[in-house]
Write a protein that binds this ligand. Structure first.
Ligand code: FES
Length: 85
């Protein structure tokens, strides 16, 4: 099975909007899901335009953008994907 790709935004907008909590998220997810996922920190997911600013910080799971990203939210999407495969 192909690993689920998790991209965590560490760009300025996301960082300012609470992204520092996302920095640990990658490690926590790796510990929990191991080889089932692949975690990448990115500089900007290009979704933080002025309209979407308030939804930062962002993460992306297999192409699905998650606004106001938190460990719980990202985990919920991972679980959903794992259960559908
Ligand atoms: S800084 Fe996070 S999407 Fe742009």
């Amino acid at each position: 099975m192909k690993p689920i790709k998790i991209e965590i935004c560490l760009g300025t907008t996301c960082f300012v909007m609470g992204g520092e909590t996302l920095q640990n998220m990658g490690d926590m997810l790796k510990k929990k899901y191991g080889a089932k996922i692949e975690v990448e920190a990115v500089r900007c997911l290009e979704v933080c335009s002025s309209d979407n600013f308030s939804k930062a910080p962002y993460a992306r799971v297999d192409g699905e953008v998650i606004g106001e990203a938190s460990l719980e939210k990202v985990q919920a999407v991972i679980e959903k994907k794992l259960n559908h495969e």
